[in-house]
Design a protein around this ligand. Structure first.
Ligand SMILES: NC(=O)c1ccc[n+]([C@@H]2O[C@H](COP(=O)([O-])OP(=O)(O)OC[C@H]3O[C@@H](n4cnc5c(N)ncnc54)[C@H](OP(=O)(O)O)[C@@H]3O)[C@@H](O)[C@H]2O)c1
Length: 188
């Protein structure tokens, strides 16, 4: 298959459009023919080698790496033990986040754990669907679901959701990737 990979950390020029092995579908996984991939900050943190983190926190990355956690596409194949999806289903999702050098979505195919995928809403095309998972989950988890069970070492406060019914919600940066989804969730 064709994929966008990088063999070393660096600026966008390290990304190469090249031949790569089509991923093998393991138990519990679904092979997705990628129609669109989203771009999120962790894709470039990975590409740059997490240089904003202190060296002792930087994860080790396997090269060559294919970035792209967020995808939308069509199910090409399902492992024998997967019952949730069938060949031809349209799906989207955030795949194996966080991962450090695995084969992700900037490729013709990605093999994804079935639990990382959901049925793509019919009224969303693949390009819009691929833009939703990470920023949508960020807004969903902060606003609606429980936050971290364990305190994030980068933040002093533990996240805890507050019931929104009857409340006014102020969203700073409501035109941004996370903000416009947080706005719609709060309104809903
Ligand atoms: N994207 C994700 O999946 C994700 C996941 C986890 C956490 N986060 C975090 O969530 C935050 C937002 O990320 P994003 O991806 O949504 O970024 P984004 O698309 O760049 O959106 C940022 C928004 O903030 C606005 N903004 C910037 N500076 C501001 C200021 N001084 N006062 C008020 N508004 C300001 C921007 O407005 P203008 O466009 O007018 O500049 C933009 O609407 C970041 O801290 C990011 O690290 C993002």
């Amino acid at each position: 298959m064709k994929a966008i990979r990088f063999h070393e950390f660096g600026a966008p020029h390290v990304l190469r459009y090249e031949e790569a092995p089509t991923p093998v579908t393991k138990p519990g996984e679904v092979l997705v023919r990628v129609k669109a991939a989203g771009l999120n900050p962790p894709d470039w943190y990975l590409r740059e080698g997490y240089k904003a983190l202190p060296p002792e926190w930087r994860p080790s990355v396997t090269f060559p790496a294919i970035p792209g956690s967020d995808v939308s596409g069509i199910v090409e194949k399902v492992a024998d033990d997967v019952t949730a999806f069938s060949v031809g289903d349209e799906v989207f999702g955030m795949i194996r986040f966080p991962s450090f050098g695995e084969s992700l979505g900037y490729a013709e195919y990605v093999s994804a754990p079935a639990s990382d995928l959901a049925a793509k809403p019919r009224h969303l095309d693949h390009i819009h669907a691929a833009a939703v998972p990470m920023s949508g989950l960020t807004a969903w988890q902060f606003l609606i679901e429980l936050g971290h069970n364990e305190q994030n070492p980068l933040q002093s406060e533990r996240h805890s959701p507050v019931p929104l019914a009857g409340k006014s919600v102020m969203i700073n940066g409501a035109a941004g990737g996370v903000g416009h989804l947080a706005l719609q969730l709060a309104k809903h």
